[in-house]
Write a protein that binds this ligand. Structure first.
Ligand SMILES: Nc1ncnc2c1ncn2[C@@H]1O[C@H](COP(=O)(O)OP(=O)(O)OP(=O)(O)O)[C@@H](O)[C@H]1O
Ligand SMILES: [Mg+2]
Length: 294
C-alpha cells in the first residue's frame, strides 16, 4: 500500500480513504484490480493514476450537469503529510454519506443485463421489447440498481426494492442524476469514437445535497467499445476490465478467491487499455498527468 501520513478511514476493493479534515478526505486509487468482485493478487501498474485522471476529467466535465464530491486532484492542494507517493492517484474530496445503492445507466444490452434479458426478457425485473440482441442499443437508456454489498457480489434490485431501501425521493433523484450524466458521457465518448455501453456510479449526500462520489465513467466502472468494432450480436473488444474477465472466462476459473495469477502480457495489455482509454476520451497525454516518473 502507498505510504500516506494521514489517518486511515476505509479501504475498499480499489480505493483507500484517509481523513484530511472533518469534511474532507483524500481518496487514493491503488493499482489493485478486482474481477467478478474478487481482488486479484496481481496489480496493474499505473491503473490508479489512470482511473484518477479519467475521473477528474469527467467530474470537471459534468459538474454543471450534476454536483460531485471532487475538490482537487492537484497534489499541491493536498496536505503535505499525504506524502509524494499519492501524486496522480489521489483526489481530495468532500466527505459524503453514501447512498447504499450502486446506480447503473445502460444504453446497450450487455453483461448481466443481457443474461437476464436472454433468460427472462427483463432487466432488473422490468420488461424490455422482445427481439433485442446482445450488445444492441436500447430504445432509450435505462437506470438500474444493485445493492452495495460490503463483501461478495452486488445483487440486482427492482425499482420498487431500491426505492424501499433509500426512499422514493432519493431513488428518483439518483435516476435523474445517473441518466443525465450517462447521456453526456455517451455523447462525448461517441465524438471520440467510443461507445459508452454502460456505467456504474455512486451518489452520496453532502450537507443535504445529492452529489456524485467515488469514481466517474472510468474503465473500471464502465464498458467502453471502439465504435468501429461494435457489432450487434457479438462481444466487442473493450477498453476496460472485460479484457481481464475474458481471460479468466477462457481459463475457466470458478470465480472464487484466490484468483489465478495474471500472465505478464495480460497485465501489460490491461495497463495499455486503461491508458489508451484515458487518452482517447480526454485528448490528453497520460505522460503529462500528475505523478509521472520523468
Ligand atoms: N466522498 C465520499 N465520501 C464518503 N465515502 C466515499 C466517497 N467517495 C467514495 N466513497 C466510498 O469509498 C469507497 C471506495 O472504495 P472502492 O471504490 O475501492 O470500493 P468498492 O470496490 O466500490 O466497494 P466497497 O466499498 O464495497 O469495498 C466506496 O465504499 C465508496 O462508497
Ligand atoms: Mg467503488
Amino acid at each position: 500500500m502507498t505510504s500516506v501520513g494521514l489517518p486511515h478511514h476505509y479501504t475498499g476493493k480499489v480505493r483507500d480513504l484517509y481523513d484530511v479534515a472533518h469534511d474532507r478526505m483524500l481518496m487514493v486509487a491503488s493499482d489493485r484490480i478486482s474481477v467478478f468482485d474478487v481482488v486479484l493478487g496481481d496489480e496493474v501498474p499505473d491503473k490508479g493514476r489512470a482511473l484518477t485522471a479519467l475521473s477528474t476529467f469527467w467530474f470537471e466535465q459534468t459538474a454543471s450537469i450534476w454536483p460531485n464530491h471532487m475538490v482537487s486532484s492537484d497534489p499541491t492542494d493536498f496536505p503535505e503529510t499525504a506524502g509524494p507517493d499519492v501524486a496522480g492517484r489521489a483526489m481530495l474530496v468532500r466527505n459524503a454519506q453514501p447512498v447504499r445503492l450502486e446506480c447503473i445507466a445502460r444504453g446497450y444490452l450487455f453483461g448481466s443485463a443481457w443474461s437476464e434479458y436472454e433468460a427472462a426478457g427483463t432487466v432488473c425485473g422490468a420488461r424490455l421489447p422482445s427481439g433485442l440482441r446482445m450488445a444492441e442499443r436500447l430504445p432509450e437508456p435505462i437506470f438500474t440498481t444493485t445493492t452495495k454489498a460490503p463483501a461478495g457480489h452486488d445483487e440486482a434490485l427492482t425499482d420498487a426494492q431500491a426505492a424501499a431501501l433509500v426512499g422514493d425521493e432519493t431513488f428518483e433523484r439518483c435516476r435523474e442524476a445517473v441518466l443525465a450524466i450517462y447521456g453526456f458521457g455517451a455523447e462525448h465518448a461517441n465524438a471520440q469514437g467510443l461507445v459508452l455501453a454502460d456505467t456504474k456510479l455512486e451518489l452520496g449526500s453532502v450537507d443535504g445535497e445529492l452529489v456524485v462520489i467515488d469514481e466517474l465513467m472510468t474503465s473500471d466502472s464502465s464498458r467502453y467499445w471502439a465504435a468501429e468494432e461494435h457489432r450487434v450480436g457479438v462481444s466487442p473488444p473493450s477498453f476496460d476490465k472485460q479484457y481481464v474477465r475474458d481471460y479468466y472466462l477462457k481459463l475457466g476459473w470458478d470465480q472464487r478467491a484466490p484468483a489465478p495469477p495474471l500472465p505478464a502480457e495480460v497485465i501489460e495489455g490491461t495497463r495499455a487499455r486503461y491508458v489508451e482509454g484515458y487518452e482517447i476520451l480526454t485528448d490528453q497525454s497520460f505522460d503529462e498527468w500528475y505523478g509521472a516518473e520523468n
